[in-house]
Design a protein around this ligand. Structure first.
Ligand code: GLA
Length: 377
């Protein structure tokens, strides 16, 4: 981690000709369970992962903001009163500076080992590293929850993706070997111990390499369907409905809207059950809930794709206790909770199955629950 932070400082210096004031890092996340529940005021259970984005930053004496990264050779330069007009990848870091109302110019260099488009929140990692760093340098004093919502606003208002609060919360509030159990209505947070390693288990990520995007329509239409369902049921959000309420009022919505709401309402129950099972060390039950969650996303919410279904089914046939797609859907990654001694069989079987079906070769790696964002240099 420190090695990558030093490299980012060196790249900053190579690009801008002087050393940065500091380097901040923020992790990507894997959501263990609770998908598309955050913007419905429901429950989520993500972890911060041991893959992160690094932001080397220095304030300037003028009103110019420059941002460069290892993703491209270009240096984007804007005046601080134009930050809200940033586009492309620069909209994430500069969007955060816009929402923070940066009152001074700055130079910023970004590097990352969070895979982009894999559903591991590379975008939230950028937002949170930049938010933490700029907040400190500008002396703004926002706490971590406020920074999470600033990251979310940058994504909603500048990038144009109507996402919830989960990813930024995981990136800022994560803890080693713990999940972030977040109630998206009260914003209460509990760090729940995972104990996977002690139980001989690991979380395996299967990145399908099918890139997903959160601002191209699929995500927004799901969100709109959830909002239509809560309006039809006359509740502020789907958090306020039980499965029974939904079934009793089934005629209030069309079949598709019913299924969208059914996913969210049942997923909230699964998160609560998962947390209870985790506290009992009942990993088989945790695994079963992950599989149910995947089926619900495939059948009710319709955000899975063939590659993700194959990753989940193959994992389950080769020793995983549970598996599901993670993140926004329409591509990205699946996760499997797997006994350590079965990981190589699972990995080889997924490679073989993807090859047989003519899919691109997936990236398969394990992740650990890591601490949230921090200053490294
Ligand atoms: C994306 C969004 C999150 C959340 C998930 C789905 O990661 O950024 O806010 O809605 O999708 O659970």
């Amino acid at each position: 981690m420190l090695g990558l932070a030093k490299q980012t400082a060196e790249k900053f210096e190579a690009k801008f000709g002087y050393a940065p004031t500091g380097v901040w890092s923020a992790p990507g996340r894997v959501n263990i369970i609770g998908e598309h529940t955050d913007y419905n005021e429901g429950f989520v259970l993500p972890i911060a992962i041991n893959r992160a984005t690094y932001a080397a930053i220095a304030l300037r004496e003028d009103n110019v903001a420059r941002v460069a990264s290892t993703f491209t050779d270009e240096v984007i330069e804007l005046n601080i009163d134009q930050l809200g007009e940033a586009t492309g990848w620069a909209a994430y870091p500069l969007g955060v500076a816009h929402i923070l109302r940066a009152s001074k110019g700055f130079d910023l260099f970004i590097d990352s080992d969070v895979p982009v488009g894999a559903g591991l929140s590379s975008s939230a990692a950028i937002e949170c590293a930049v938010a933490l760093g700029l907040d400190e340098l500008l002396g703004l004093g926002n706490d971590r929850r406020a920074l999470a919502s600033i990251g979310q606003r940058a994504e909603n208002e500048v990038v144009g993706a109507p996402t919830g609060i989960m990813d930024q919360s995981a990136s800022l509030l994560g803890k080693v070997d713990h999940a972030v159990f977040l109630d998206c209505q009260s914003l209460a947070v509990e760090n729940v111990e995972l104990g996977f390693a002690a139980a001989g288990l690991e979380l395996v990520v299967i990145d399908t390499r099918v890139a997903h995007r959160l601002n191209d329509g699929g995500y927004a239409t799901r969100r709109a369907a959830c909002e239509a369902a809560s309006a039809a049921f006359k509740v502020p959000s789907l958090r306020h409905l039980s499965v029974k309420d939904l079934d009793d009022g089934r005629e209030l919505v069309d079949g598709v809207t019913y299924r969208r709401a059914h996913h969210v309402v049942t997923e909230n129950d699964r998160v609560l059950e998962f947390v209870a099972a985790l506290k009992l060390g009942d990993f088989s039950r945790c695994g079963a809930l992950m599989v149910q969650s995947h089926a619900s996303m495939r059948d009710d919410f319709e955000i899975s794709i063939d590659e993700l279904d194959t990753a989940v089914e193959t994992s389950m046939r080769h020793g995983a206790l549970g598996a599901r797609m993670t993140g926004g859907g329409f591509g990205g990654a699946a996760i499997a909770l797997c006994p350590i001694e079965k990981i190589s069989d699972l990995t080889n079987s997924v490679y073989a199955e993807f090859e047989l079906l003519g899919y691109a070769k997936p990236e398969i790696f394990t992740v650990n629950a890591a601490d949230g964002a921090s200053r490294l240099i």
